[in-house]
Design a protein around this ligand. Structure first.
Ligand SMILES: [Zn+2]
Length: 96
C-alpha cells in the first residue's frame, strides 16, 4: 500500500510509514499518555508544607529566630513548590 501522507510504498502490514512515520490507519488514541501524576503529588506536598509553615508562624515565640525561620519557610516553600511543579522532569529536583 502507499502512505497516505507521503505516498511512499510500504508493506501492507506496516503500522506506520517507514519514511514519514504517519500511521497507515486511523489509529484511535491508543497511545494514551499517562498524566504526570507525580507532579500533582509534588504540588500537594508543596502546598501542605507551605500551609504547615504558615501555620507554624503564630506557634513560634515572637522575636526569636524561630519566628523568622517560620516566616522565611513560607516563601521558600512556595518558591520550591512552584519550581518543582514547573521543573523539567524527574531527577532534577535537587538541582542547584
Ligand atoms: Zn509516509
Amino acid at each position: 500500500m502507499t502512505c497516505r501522507s507521503c505516498n511512499a510504498i510500504i508493506a501492507d502490514k506496516a503500522i506506520v510509514c517507514y519514511k514519514c512515520g504517519t500511521p497507515t490507519m486511523e489509529t484511535p488514541a491508543v497511545v494514551a499518555r499517562p498524566q504526570p501524576r507525580s507532579r500533582a503529588a509534588v504540588g500537594l506536598v508543596g502546598v501542605a508544607i507551605t500551609a504547615l509553615s504558615a501555620w507554624l508562624v503564630p506557634m513560634t515565640p515572637e522575636g526569636t529566630w524561630m519566628r523568622w525561620a517560620a516566616w522565611a519557610a513560607v516563601p521558600v516553600a512556595t518558591y520550591l513548590t512552584a519550581r518543582l511543579i514547573r521543573g523539567s522532569g524527574s531527577g532534577k529536583m535537587l538541582r542547584r
